[in-house]
Ligand binder design. Structure first.
Ligand SMILES: C[S@@+](CC[C@H](N)C(=O)[O-])C[C@H]1O[C@@H](n2cnc3c(N)ncnc32)[C@H](O)[C@@H]1O
Length: 249
């Protein structure tokens, strides 16, 4: 997806993003603890949350660190960031940072998070290599992303498009190794449950950016396909994530 299309998608979604993505306090707590377990923050750490969105995970980072610089190219998403002096908003895409178009407030960071962002980067390996250069000695970078195939109860055309677009977590791990970091790839999943009605609303609001590639008629056809496949009132499926960590010696 091109960056201006992506930005428009997230600006439009910003007001309802937390409703869609904060599936439950349990999900946020589960994901936050998975992130914190890997980033191993210390109280004095400076953190960079690249593509922070509304700051759903920046807040958990801020509780264990000194400061979290929250960057996102969508002003709509960034506007939802909680008002907290430990969260420093920076309006920028990852490439704006790595190519020097936007200056960060510090020279180096102890931890960098990219959660569900890497699929938006035209050249993830280059951006990750450049971001690795911002790590202080002992610094950690964590990429949280969906695997190449997902068990979401979406319609077939959406699942096919996902598979075409989603980067391979193993390639991300290789990019971190190539950038001189000690890389590690693990997977974990969280069980999700929604009523079909709620999931239909999420699909209609294009809760995943790839759904923006479908027009209204295609989305309604897709929802009808989901309803045909799942005649019961509830949808249960695992949300599986790849966690790719890179540590600078
Ligand atoms: C799925 S959301 C994830 C937001 C947040 N990290 C979270 O997990 O809640 C993807 C975010 O990536 C941002 N994004 C899109 N393109 C980007 C880019 N080139 N560099 C950095 N962030 C980008 C979007 O604006 C959006 O806020």
């Amino acid at each position: 997806m091109q960056s201006d299309v992506t930005r428009a998608h997230y600006d439009r979604l910003a007001d309802t993003y937390d409703e869609n993505w904060a599936y439950s306090p349990e999900f946020i707590a589960w994901m936050t603890s998975g992130i914190l377990a890997r980033l191993k923050l210390a109280r004095a750490d400076r953190v960079l949350d690249v593509g922070c969105g509304t700051g759903l995970y920046s807040c958990g980072l801020a509780e264990q660190a000194d400061v979290v610089v929250c960057t996102d190219p969508s002003s709509g998403m960034l506007a939802q960031l909680p008002n907290d002096e430990r969260l420093l908003p920076v309006h920028a895409g990852a490439e704006d940072l790595t190519q020097g178009r936007v200056r960060l407030p510090h020279d180096g960071y102890d931890a960098i998070l990219l959660k569900e962002v890497v699929h938006h980067l035209p050249d993830p390996s280059q951006v990750l290599s450049d971001l690795s250069g911002l790590l202080r000695p002992g610094g950690r970078i964590l990429v949280v992303m969906l695997p190449m195939s997902i068990g979401y109860p979406l319609f077939d055309a959406a699942l096919r498009l996902f598979q075409e677009r989603q980067p391979d977590p193993q390639a991300i791990a290789t990019a971190l190794t190539d950038a001189g970091l000690n890389a590690d790839l693990t997977y974990e999943e969280f069980p999700l449950a929604f009523t079909v009605e709620r999931y239909a609303r999420m699909v209609r609001s294009r809760y995943m950016s790839l759904l923006s590639s479908f027009d209204d008629a295609q989305i309604e056809e897709g929802i009808a396909e989901i309803r045909r496949r799942h005649p019961g009132p509830e949808l249960r499926f695992p949300d599986r994530f790849a966690f790719v960590t890179g540590v600078k010696a």
